[in-house]
Ligand binder design. Structure first.
Ligand SMILES: *[C@@H]1O[C@H](CO)[C@@H](O)[C@H](O)[C@H]1NC(C)=O
Ligand SMILES: *[C@@H]1O[C@H](CO)[C@@H](O)[C@H](O)[C@H]1NC(C)=O
Ligand SMILES: *[C@@H]1O[C@H](CO)[C@@H](O)[C@H](O)[C@H]1NC(C)=O
Length: 327
């Protein structure tokens, strides 16, 4: 930030008064950013605060909003495991529309499950609209296994235990967040009938294709999908690129599961959510980062945040009067 002081001689008292006060050259006006944290994290954890500061160091003057469901950090973390995603999204959509700095639109970064939630925001709400959406290690085609829990993650263990009762039960589909993006290729029929979130935002239920979803997704400037090459948390890791395991094949002799890549997915080939249109116009960017799930090295996030976040919208140009005053 540069501070300039008007030190010129003032002849006209009115102008003099205005110019004798410090004139701060503002940072350029940049497109703001919204971040949605991942599972096990909260909107203002030390890691999130550090990441936001690093982005502010890169893009001076950028406004960043970190999505929260509860103001209390522990409650916010818990909401990543327990709740109904559709209701959470409604709250977040209202929250984002309330933030005046975001009213002209924003770029968005979703960490892990925050990525598919932000995509759902784009498809269902998108007011204010998202420009670029970057998702890191997200589960766009769901997971075929629940994430493993670290020993000290009590919410994760509780959620995992609760899910043993069945991920497709009505209770799980309204109370366990991970169940709402659990997609078992061996049980696609049950998934399509029972799932309350992922099947809907992926427009996989044929009777209820929603054209708003594809129209909104296609309106993105870019959709950047980041896969972690050594991801053992997201099963399969290709879900970050809209990949999934192929439906189980009983006549197959091997246990090796094959991956259906994005461009062979029915939702892509039939363009149910606009993904194909977006891709064919060069606006789906598939990126790989080395390492385990959410191992955000500088080499991973910096080039992407440099390129897709913080675009200068309104360069500050000093007026002639001020330039003269500096002489
Ligand atoms: C949005 O703003 C309205 C009006 O100020 C307020 O009643 C509401 O609680 C806010 N919603 C959220 C989610 O912050
Ligand atoms: C499609 O989605 C929009 C946005 O969420 C919603 O307002 C609309 O009711 C949906 N249409 C149908 C037919 O479900
Ligand atoms: C099932 O596996 C067999 C043998 O590997 C293969 O020939 C066949 O094409 C597979 N079918 C499907 C639907 O993937």
């Amino acid at each position: 930030m540069v501070q300039l002081f008007a030190l010129g001689t003032c002849l006209l008292s009115l102008v003099c008064h205005a110019l004798s006060t410090p004139v701060r050259i503002a940072d350029p006006s940049r497109r703001p950013l919204v971040i949605w944290h991942g599972l096990g994290d909260s909107y203002a954890s030390p890691g999130m605060l550090e990441f936001m500061q690093l982005i502010k160091d890169m893009h001076s003057g950028i406004f960043i909003h970190s999505v929260y469901l509860k103001e209390d950090l522990e409650e916010d973390q818990k909401a990543g495991f327990f709740g109904h995603v559709n209701e959470q999204l409604e709250i977040v959509a209202e929250q984002l529309s309330n933030v005046t700095e975001l009213s002209g639109g924003f770029d968005a970064i979703g960490f892990s499950q925050g990525g598919q939630f932000l995509r759902a925001y784009v498809e269902r709400y998108n007011t204010p609209p998202v420009n670029n959406l970057i998702t890191f290690g997200s589960q766009h085609m769901g997971v075929s296994d629940l994430p493993m829990c670290s020993r000290w993650d009590i919410f994760c263990q509780l959620a995992r235990r609760a899910a043993r009762g069945g991920v497709y039960t009505d209770w799980a589909q309204h109370n366990l967040v991970q169940a709402q993006y659990y997609r078992d290729p061996a049980k696609l029929e049950i998934y399509l009938q029972s799932n309350t979130f992922l099947a809907d935002i992926n427009n996989e239920v044929s009777e209820s294709h929603n054209a708003t979803y594809s129209n909104n997704l296609v309106s993105l400037n870019a959709l950047v999908l980041v896969l972690f090459s050594g991801d053992k948390t997201v099963v399969p890791k290709e879900s970050s690129w809209f990949g999934s395991y192929a439906p189980a094949n009983s006549s197959s002799t091997t246990d090796e599961k094959t991956i259906v890549p994005m461009r062979l997915q029915p939702l892509y080939t039939h363009d149910w959510i606009g993904l194909r249109s977006l891709d064919e116009s060069g606006r789906v960017i598939l990126e790989t980062c080395d390492g385990e799930h959410m191992q955000l090295t500088d080499e991973c996030w910096k080039p992407l945040v440099q390129r897709f976040v913080g675009e200068v919208l309104d360069e500050y140009v000093p007026s002639e009067t001020m330039l003269r005053v500096q002489d």
